[in-house]
Design a protein around this ligand. Structure first.
Ligand SMILES: *Cc1c(COP(=O)(O)O)cnc(C)c1O
Length: 444
């Protein structure tokens, strides 16, 4: 949802505007905030807070919208959900049921994807530091494709393939040297970034791969970063990859697939965003006459808007001129504001709170770090103790990045699907935090 052009993008969307732009959320006069058809108060009553809640129906609808945009653009494409965004088994099962593959970045993610029912042939393995044991596991399960990020990895993979007497399909991940114009911590496609093979080295390495036993190079891959809200960097990267496909073919190599990565951004504060149709258009203009099968690896776009983090007000405090609302959720639960300076919408769950007069408020967690701040100078109603809020767009890079810092157990998780909901992870018992720890005898 884009703002009217007369309005500066620096202006924060109101609670009503945030909800209007998110059709899966609604404010019901009696039940308060609902996700799909479930009142979030019902979940918070049952599980307490902080609790993550995801919408299966919303996730499914987003997957279908993206797939439909690609089909409409006449593209032959496979979706591989980048599961690092949210790797809960139930979320993976929703994708498996849609026929989505997975983009994985570790052996643990391979195991999780398989446990959730994603067929090995639909798994693509990315990552700058795949270990020998990671690659052994990938080959043992015959996963669909390994995206190789260096000459060193290629040699290691060839040796492992020979050892297992297997042939592995690989794509070379190329660093196109494009600045994705996103947060510095999540841009991955500039020349100095650690990811991929330098643009200028790709052709030689592809030739090397084609000559190695056990290695079947099938194409190229790229991924220039995350939370990208402008099409220009995608267009620039895809143009370079398309040119490289042509060069490789002229040199006599087979190139049947291009993995275009993820990175599609979401409008956290209702910034203008191009959406699936825009991305499909950029893909089409770069690749439509190349006769390649495309892969996409979206993570955030599919699951981010579908999730919320429910929290309760611990207390209100006034410190000098600043009004603070202290929540029971903290940076250990959702680290994005502390790590990426991320903006998340915050909406009261009670209908009466949502329409009460607002004042400028800082919303913080209880952790002993100033960085444990969800929002500064946000227009919010004065919320009494125990009032609940939903932190929006928390479905991606939320629970997966949680820690137990300050001995805070991992929060509960619930999945809504239309008018049904279920607990999908129990709140971690506090004793579990030290269960694997030992006090050595010499301290007895
Ligand atoms: C993280 C990642 C993605 C997904 O990025 P999103 O911004 O969540 O879409 C895709 N591919 C690779 C290789 C990644 O590392």
């Amino acid at each position: 949802m884009s703002l009217p052009s007369s309005q500066p993008v620096t202006e924060e969307p109101s609670i009503a505007e945030l909800l209007a732009a998110r059709p899966h959320l609604a404010m019901n006069a009696v039940d308060g905030l609902t996700l799909e058809s479930v009142p979030l108060n019902a979940i918070a009553d049952a599980l307490g807070t902080p609790t993550w809640v995801y919408g299966a129906g919303t996730t499914r609808a987003r997957y279908r919208a993206l797939a439909a945009a690609l089909t409409t653009a006449g593209l032959d494409a496979d979706l591989h959900y980048a599961m690092k965004a949210n790797d809960h088994l139930a979320i993976l099962r929703v994708f498996a049921q849609e026929g989505s593959g997975a983009d994985v970045v570790s052996a643990g993610e391979i195991r999780r994807a398989l446990a959730a029912g994603i067929p090995p042939a639909n798994i693509v393995f990315s990552g700058v530091g795949k270990s020998a044991s990671d690659l052994h596991l990938a080959l043992a399960h015959d996963i669909g494709q390994v995206n190789v990020e260096s000459a060193e990895e290629l040699e290691m993979l060839a040796a492992i393939a020979a050892g297992q007497n297997k042939t592995v399909r690989i794509a070379l991940r190329v660093n196109p040297d494009v600045d994705a114009a996103t947060h510095a911590k999540i841009t991955t496609g500039r020349a100095g970034d650690k990811f991929g093979v330098p643009w200028g080295d790709a052709a030689a390495l592809y030739a090397r791969a084609a000559g190695l036993p056990g290695i079947q190079p099938v194409g190229l891959a790229t991924h220039i970063g995350s939370q990208i809200l402008s099409l220009a960097p995608f267009r620039a990267a895809y143009a370079r990859i398309a040119a490289l496909v042509t060069d490789l073919r002229s040199a006599g190599h087979a190139v049947t697939t291009v993995d275009c990565g993820g990175g599609l951004g979401i409008p956290y504060r209702d910034e203008p965003a191009f959406g699936p149709a825009g991305l499909a258009g950029a893909l089409r203009s770069a690749f439509h006459n190349l006769d390649v099968r495309l892969k996409l690896e979206p993570g955030r776009w599919l699951v981010g808007p579908a999730g919320v983090l429910l929290a309760s007000v611990v207390l209100n405090k006034q410190t000098g001129a600043t009004r603070f609302i202290v929540l029971d959720a903290a940076m250990n639960d959702l680290i994005r504001p502390a790590m990426y300076d991320a903006w998340h919408g915050i909406v009261p769950i009670a209908a009466a709170d949502a329409v009460a007069p607002t004042t400028s408020t800082d919303i913080v967690g209880p952790v002993c770090e100033t960085g444990d701040t969800f929002a500064r100078s946000r227009q919010l109603p004065s919320l009494r103790q125990n009032a609940r809020v939903a932190i929006l767009d928390a479905g991606a890079y939320g629970s997966v990045m949680s820690s137990t810092y300050n001995a805070r157990p991992l929060a509960a998780e619930a999945l809504v699907d239309g008018d049904r909901w279920a607990v999908i992870r129990d709140r971690q018992p506090v004793e579990a935090l030290w269960q694997a720890e030992r006090i050595p005898d010499f301290l007895a």
